[in-house]
Design a protein around this ligand. Structure first.
Ligand SMILES: O=C(O)CCC(=O)C(=O)O
Length: 325
């Protein structure tokens, strides 16, 4: 791993104006781009030979990861868990940085308006780039704050640091080979998280239910603290199998969610699991993977994580507001 340690000093030595301008430009460059009509899909429901359900999440050490292996596992199991992808030396400063971001987004509106820091400096095109404009941005911010999340695009110095770390670690090349074209990211679905406790009962969902399915994606879900299983901090509940379609929303609270009863009934023979994650593991899955924030009433510790959705630069979800990498 060639990535250097992310430290508070490095982060705070960055040029806030340059990072904000860079994030603005990344977002702006996709304003008029529309995705290809019929992209070649990595997960093509018409062509895939259906994978067997075997109830597992494949795992491997970082040294064995390459694009072909990632693809084979996403095709067969819908996910791949790469242990210790990022060494502690590279990422250990991130929880504190997330605290700073979340503290900034939580400030009263007037204070926030005047604030420009390494942890908060939203580009001025965020509202106009949202499909529903300022109202959508406002609603997204409210939703994120409630669950303890914030968009990386609102903290450009942190976001640019992450992109540099991802590139130096080989992740950019890996994702490019996986997607078969250069990747872009998503303003809406690139978020830092510090789970609010008690955890709200989040709906089971496949991100494709609101992103669309005529897209190529891979999500890097990066835990920054130990979580999941019986660790006392929320990880993720997942249905451990390759799915090809969006599961019915019958009985769910939202049209993009899946009711508990539906999950229990449909996946009776291959029930959900809640893996244990450690800081620096890379959990990869795509827009058809069925999951939710792990739900229990007795969590005692928060969990820090960064969620980063990558799309192909011509096979992206316009509604999720792509940004160039
Ligand atoms: O971090 C979480 O709890 C939820 C993440 C999620 O839903 C996602 O990565 O799509």
């Amino acid at each position: 791993m060639n990535a250097t340690a992310i430290t508070r000093e490095n982060l705070e030595a960055r040029n806030i104006e340059a990072d904000t301008a860079s994030m603005r430009a990344r977002i702006e460059s996709f304003r008029d781009r529309i995705p290809a009509d019929a992209p070649r899909l990595i997960i093509d429901p018409a062509q895939s030979s259906r994978a067997a359900e075997d109830g597992g999440i494949p795992e491997m050490p970082a040294a064995e990861l390459d694009a072909a292996t990632l693809k084979a596992n996403i095709l067969s199991h819908g996910a791949l868990l790469v242990r210790d992808y990022f060494p502690a030396s590279v990422i250990s400063a991130l929880p504190k940085a997330i605290d700073e971001v979340l503290q900034a987004v939580d400030l009263p509106r007037e204070e926030k308006r005047a604030l420009r820091s390494h942890y908060y400096s939203p580009p001025d095109n965020l509202a106009s780039i949202m499909p529903e404009g300022a109202m959508e941005l406002g609603a997204l911010r409210v939703f994120n704050t409630r669950v303890g999340a914030a968009m990386c695009a609102e903290a450009p110095s942190l976001a640019e640091t992450l992109l540099e770390t991802f590139a130096a670690s080989g992740l950019k090349q890996l994702i490019k080979e996986y997607l078969g074209e250069a990747p872009c990211l998503s303003v809406k679905k690139w978020v830092v998280r510090r789970s609010a406790l008690p955890v709200e009962k989040a709906g089971w969902h496949q991100d494709g239910a609101f992103m669309g399915t005529d897209i190529n994606t891979i999500n890097l879900w990066l835990p920054l603290t130990t979580c999941g299983g019986d660790t006392g901090a929320p990880g993720m509940d997942v249905v451990p199998q390759r799915l090809y379609d969006i599961v019915s929303a019958d009985g769910a609270s939202f049209d993009w969610a899946v009711a508990d009863s539906q999950v229990n009934q449909t996946f009776r023979t291959n029930p959900p699991v809640a893996p244990v994650f450690h800081a620096g593991d890379a959990f990869f899955f795509d827009h058809l993977y069925l999951h939710r924030t792990q739900y229990r009433e007795d969590f005692v510790r928060p969990r820090y994580a960064i969620e980063t959705w990558f799309f192909g630069e011509s096979s992206f979800s316009k509604s999720q507001v792509p940004l160039a990498w």
